[in-house]
Design a protein around this ligand. Structure first.
Ligand SMILES: *Cc1c(COP(=O)(O)O)cnc(C)c1O
Length: 395
């Protein structure tokens, strides 16, 4: 191919990146549903295992359809290298444990996805890794939390469920001065609207289950960064602990990437319309959308994101009002997933965040009146009618 893929705009990268046509000339990428690979000779097997020949050995180590997905996502992200894994949590767990050992310290924003929080609070301590959780919007708190043994900083921006924004470049500066690597969970922002590596982060993780699939089908995850860091920190843990992505799921995600730019931009346009409709309604005490001027970190969002994604959170004042809202929806589903073509709304304090102690929930501002909505691809006029009806019911 004469064209340099790095010169392509995102939409082209998403369609053409990582293409590896077989001799059949297929248009849609082939699904290589194979566990292992045959070698032409004993000497060829020797070369493959020594690393002299970079081909495939066993699907737990890597496989062709999965590699196409990895190359396409890396090209979109502007990352040197990508490893795809079985789920977002496989990606977060591998990203953290590959960089940590007993006696190390981790600093993380306190508003984290539930399972990330579980790993930090319940799993890492069993292996001698301590964590300090901080208010991710407070740069002084990040600075104060750094210790000589701080090896990793983990942040999520926008964070779940109240869409708090962290100044990524500023936290990177603090972390790097302390000798720590920065891992950013970029799920809510999507690779379309935020590039943590360009802001100085070392590792980006995705749950590909969300916008990258975007049609509610498969689980997947990814870790992106420099080739040297990914090979050094993650190659062996991926090979030997087995979080490999299935080639079939990799194929579904490849197809998801082809329409990611279109889908996320349309969802974001609709989210902005709905956020304003919600913000203007008498039933609503507060709306949180990073694209609105009244978001507490609106300026940081504008500086580091090129779009504000499809999630909106809003406070209806009480659990009863929030539940009345959810129960009055006729198009939008009650569901805790996000990034899907289908719009969905959830009540975080009784679903995604019910395992978080109430004191911690209140610390992150999550009262029982909050609803989190993921805006999908239905016509925005129909969504507006559904949301308005449900807000009227909540009032
Ligand atoms: C969903 C999600 C994850 C976990 O991903 P799975 O694919 O469900 O394992 C991690 N972080 C964030 C921010 C998520 O939304």
């Amino acid at each position: 191919m004469a064209e340099d893929p790095n010169a392509w705009a995102p939409a082209t990268r998403l369609i053409r990146g990582g293409e590896n046509r077989s001799n059949q000339g297929e248009i849609s990428e082939p699904i290589y549903l194979t566990q292992s690979f045959a070698y032409e000779s004993a000497a060829a097997a020797d070369r493959r295992f020594s690393g002299e020949d970079p081909g495939f050995i066993y699907a737990r180590y890597g496989s062709p359809t999965t590699q196409m997905f990895e190359e396409r996502l890396a090209l979109l992200e502007g990352a040197e290298y990508c490893r795809a894994l079985a789920s977002g949590m496989a990606a977060v767990h591998t990203a953290l444990t590959g960089l940590l050992k007993a006696g190390d310290h981790l600093v993380a924003g306190r508003a984290l996805f539930g399972s990330c929080n579980w790993i930090i609070q319940n799993w890492l301590p069993r292996f001698g890794v301590e964590t300090t959780l901080v208010d991710a919007t407070d740069l002084g708190a990040w600075e104060a939390a750094m210790r000589p043994n701080t090896k990793v900083v983990l942040l999520e921006s926008p964070a779940n469920p109240l869409l708090e924004i962290t100044d990524i470049a500023a936290v990177v500066k603090i972390a790097h001065a302390a000798g720590a690597k920065v891992v950013v969970d970029n799920v809510f922002a999507t690779p379309i609207f935020q590039k943590p590596l360009a802001l100085g982060a070392d590792v980006v993780v995705y749950s590909a289950t969300k916008h990258i699939d975007g049609q509610g089908r498969v689980l997947g995850g990814a870790i992106l960064g420099s080739k040297a860091l990914l090979e050094d920190a993650y190659r062996d843990i991926i090979r030997h602990t087995g979080p490999a992505l299935s080639p079939f799921n990799a194929w579904v995600l490849l197809k998801g990437l082809e329409t990611l730019d279109l889908r996320v931009r349309r969802q974001t346009d609709s989210a902005a319309v709905l956020a304003d409709l919600i913000g203007d309604h008498r039933a609503v005490k507060r709306v949180l959308y990073p694209g609105r001027a009244d978001h507490p970190q609106a300026a940081v969002a504008r500086a580091q994101m090129s779009g504000f994604s499809n999630l909106v959170a809003f406070d209806l004042g009480s659990r009863e009002a929030a539940w009345r809202f959810l129960d009055a929806l006729e198009i939008i589903d009650i569901s805790n997933n996000l990034g899907d073509a289908k719009s969905m709304a959830t009540h975080p304090s009784t679903t995604t965040h019910r395992a978080m102690p109430e004191a911690n929930r209140l610390e992150i501002g999550l009262t029982e009146g909050y609803v989190r909505m993921s805006v999908g691809l239905e016509d925005v006029k129909d969504l507006s009618r559904d949301v308005k009806r449900a807000l009227d019911a909540a009032a």
